[in-house]
Ligand binder design. Structure first.
Ligand SMILES: Cc1cc2nc3c(=O)[nH]c(=O)nc-3n(C[C@H](O)[C@H](O)[C@H](O)COP(=O)(O)O)c2cc1C
Length: 288
C-alpha cells in the first residue's frame, strides 16, 4: 500500500490476517481496495467460513479464491522441507537440521520469528492448524458448488484465481466473479500447464469485458507487464521475485519494485506509449 500497489494476504500465511491488516502502513481509505485476502478450501467449509468472516471483520473487502491448487504440498516443496518445518513438531524438523546449520542466517531469522509451525489463519474449533492437519485435507481447492455458499458468505468482491481455460472463464463470469486471475500457480502445481500469456487472448475474448482480468505466473521484467497489458489483462501479480527480494527485507522488496518500475518506464518510453492505460493489441506484431 505504501508503494502504491496492492498485496494479497494468503490464507496459509504465517501471520494472522488481522496482524497484517493492522501492520500495513498507508492511507487507511486505500487499504480495503489494496489489501486483498486469499482463501483456500482447507478443512472445507468449517475452516473457510470462519476465515472469511474474520477477514471481513478485519477490514478486507476483496476475497481472492484460489482454485488452481488442488494439493497442499508438492513434491519439490516437501523435499525443500516446508511440510516438515510447518508440521507442528520439532521432531519433524530434525532431518532438515544439516540444511539449517548450513544456513545460519536463515535459521536465526526463522527462530527469531517465533519458530512458526502453523498457519495462523486456518483455524478449526479454535485450534490453529499446522501442515500435518492440512495433509488430512482431501483437496484444498473449491468446486463450483462450494463457490455458491462462499458467494453468500462474502458480501464483498470475489476474484477467482487460477483460470486457464475459456470454459472456466465463462463459468466464472456466469458465477458473477468481479475479476479473474489467469494463473497456473507459477507451474508449481502442474509443471506442464499452459503458460498464462498463451491462454490470455482466448480468455479475454470469452470474458468480453464482463470481469476484470489479472494475470500472473512468470512476470519478471517490465516488458512482461507490458505484454500482459497489451494482450488484455488489466493488471498483473508478482510472486516469486518479491519473495526472493524479501530475503533482503523491506529494502530488498523496495529495490526489486523500483527495478520493475524502472524497466516498465524505460520500455514504455521506448515504445512511445505514455501510459499503461493506452497499451493495447496494436502494439503487438501478432495482433496486426
Ligand atoms: C512460496 C510460494 C507460496 C505461494 N502461496 C500461495 C498461496 O498461499 N495462495 C495462492 O493463491 N498462491 C500462492 N502462490 C502462488 C502465487 O500466488 C503465484 O500464482 C505464483 O507464484 C506465480 O507467480 P510468479 O511467477 O510471479 O511467482 C505461492 C507461490 C509461492 C512461490
Amino acid at each position: 500500500v505504501k508503494a502504491g500497489i496492492g498485496y494479497v494476504v494468503p490464507h496459509m500465511g504465517g501471520h494472522g490476517l488481522e496482524e497484517v491488516f493492522e501492520a500495513v502502513q498507508g492511507p487507511g481509505d486505500l487499504k480495503p481496495d489494496s489489501l486483498w485476502y486469499q482463501i483456500y478450501n482447507i478443512g472445507a467449509r468449517k475452516v473457510a467460513e470462519p476465515a472469511v468472516e474474520r477477514a471481513w471483520k478485519a477490514g478486507y473487502r476483496v476475497l481472492v479464491v484460489t482454485i488452481e491448487n488442488p494439493a497442499t504440498f508438492h513434491e519439490r516443496v516437501i523435499r525443500g522441507g516446508m511440510r516438515a518445518l510447518t508440521s507442528g513438531t520439532t521432531l519433524s524438523t530434525l532431518p532438515h537440521l544439516p540444511q539449517m546449520i548450513a544456513r545460519p542466517g536463515w535459521s536465526a531469522r526463522y527462530l527469531l520469528a517465533g519458530w512458526r509451525h502453523s498457519y495462523s489463519n486456518t483455524v478449526l474449533d479454535g485450534r490453529i492448524l499446522n501442515a500435518r492437519d492440512l495433509q488430512a485435507t482431501p483437496s484444498p481447492t473449491f468446486s463450483w458448488d462450494d463457490l455458491e455458499w462462499l458467494r453468500k458468505a462474502w458480501a464483498g468482491k470475489i476474484v477467482l484465481k487460477g483460470i486457464l481455460r475459456e470454459e472456466d472463464a465463462r463459468r466464472a463470469v456466469d458465477f458473477g466473479a468481479d475479476a479473474i486471475i489467469v494463473s497456473n500457480h507459477g507451474g508449481r502445481t502442474l509443471d506442464a500447464s499452459a503458460t498464462t500469456l498463451a491462454v490470455l487472448p482466448g480468455i479475454v475474448k470469452t470474458v468480453n469485458g464482463n470481469a476484470e482480468i489479472i494475470l500472473d505466473s512468470g512476470i519478471r521484467r517490465g516488458r512482461d507487464v507490458m505484454a500482459a497489458l497489451c494482450m488484455g489483462a488489466r493488471a498483473v501479480l508478482w510472486g516469486r521475485p518479491s519473495l526472493s527480494a524479501l530475503s533482503f527485507g523491506e529494502t530488498g522488496v523496495s529495490h526489486a519494485l523500483a527495478m520493475l518500475r524502472g524497466e516498465l518506464q524505460r520500455n514504455m518510453a521506448a515504445l512511445g506509449c505514455p501510459s499503461t492505460a493506452d497499451l493495447n493489441g496494436s502494439f503487438l506484431l501478432s495482433e496486426k
